[in-house]
Design a protein around this ligand. Structure first.
Ligand code: UDP
Ligand code: MG
Length: 317
């Protein structure tokens, strides 16, 4: 196989503190990969400016002017990491054989980039970067993040444990991705749905060498919620089940109320009120659950995801 045209796609949001250094490192990495015959000379580093408020775009412009290896995209607004990444990947799709997404802070070890491309050359369409351990994370981030991956599994979402957005995708995997038109983008949930041959590369994650995380707790939570509600209708089923359980329990409530009434422990009217609260509460939850299940169906329909993809077509002519 000829040397692949590799695109490195890097979303950047207020990264003026890390860009000068990380651009140097990634450029050195690309040169070494070219020497080893792992990347064609048309390979590029594509920096996506996600509506930064600082000098990030000026830095990108300068890099593009000084080195032919850099390209830049400027988004009109801050659209968030996932959308910025997608815009870069879809641009790269037209020109590359494979694209690798990574963060501007280079927390993900770039020394394993060779392995990504080697696996691509071996015939993999998707290569997932998976973190070995999480000792550079705080205890809180570690437990919540690992809890999140486990919870997603419980909800039946096919997600790669401890894999974030450090991954290689071939041109045809990117073309597959381009067919998912959802607005609530959760890339690490969608990529496994594309199928094709995939493999893993294990690496250690470093600490950010400058600047601070652009994912505060609030953004992290909404990202996790997005992930769950975009890929699972199980929470809706949970509501229905809760409704059924409460309706059943209300029978006991009813019996208790009648019993108290019969033995005269109660003030007049109490029995009817308590019994109806239990019964109606249960039935209401049940109904909300049923309605929710239908909304869940409509919701997945409206997204209009492709139903299947034909990988090989053997034609008899
Ligand atoms: N990022 C982005 N838009 C945003 C937030 C973050 O493009 O709204 C980029 C950021 O510049 C970085 C990557 O997403 O390249 C990951 O962000 P960060 O390193 O802050 O997240 P963490 O590693 O702390 O999870
Ligand atoms: Mg980071």
């Amino acid at each position: 196989m000829a040397e692949p045209v590799v695109y490195f796609v890097i979303p950047c949001y207020n990264e003026e503190e890390v860009l000068p250094e990380s651009s140097k490192r990634i450029l050195a990495k690309l040169s070494s990969m070219r020497k080893k015959g792992l990347a064609d000379s048309k390979s590029r580093i594509l920096l996506v400016n996600d509506g930064s408020k600082d000098r990030t775009w000026e830095i990108i412009e300068k890099l593009c002017a000084d080195h032919e290896e850099f390209e830049g995209i400027k988004l009109a607004h801050n659209r968030g990491h996932q959308n910025a990444l997608l815009s870069g990947l879809m641009t790269a799709m037209e020109k590359c054989d494979c694209a690798i997404s990574l963060d501007a802070d280079l927390q993900d070890d770039i020394e394993v980039l060779d392995e990504f491309v080697e696996k691509y050359i071996d015939g993999c369409d998707v290569v997932y970067g998976v973190r070995n351990k999480r000792d550079t994370d705080t205890f809180f981030k570690k437990t919540t993040a690992e809890g999140f991956y486990k919870f997603m599994k419980v909800l039946g979402v096919d997600i790669v444990f401890n894999h974030a957005d450090y991954r290689l995708m071939s041109k045809r995997a990117l073309e597959g991705l381009s067919e998912y038109n959802e607005v609530n983008l959760f890339l690490r949930g969608i990529v496994p749905l594309i199928g094709y041959r995939s493999d893993y590369v294990y690496y250690d994650r470093h600490e950010r060498f400058a600047g601070e995380s652009k994912y505060p707790l609030k953004k992290m939570l909404s990202f996790a919620l997005d992930g769950i509600t975009s890929f699972s209708v199980k929470p809706l089923k949970l509501i229905s089940n809760l409704g059924i359980i409460i309706s059943l329990l209300s029978v006991f409530g009813l019996l208790y109320a009648l019993f108290s009434h019969a033995f005269g422990f109660t003030v007049p009217g109490w029995t009817a009120i308590v019994a109806s609260i239990w019964l109606l509460g249960g039935i209401q939850l049940l109904c909300i659950g049923v309605v929710g299940t239908y909304i869940g169906k409509i919701y997945s329909e409206v997204k209009h995801r492709p139903r299947y993809r034909i990988e090989t077509y053997i034609e008899n002519r």
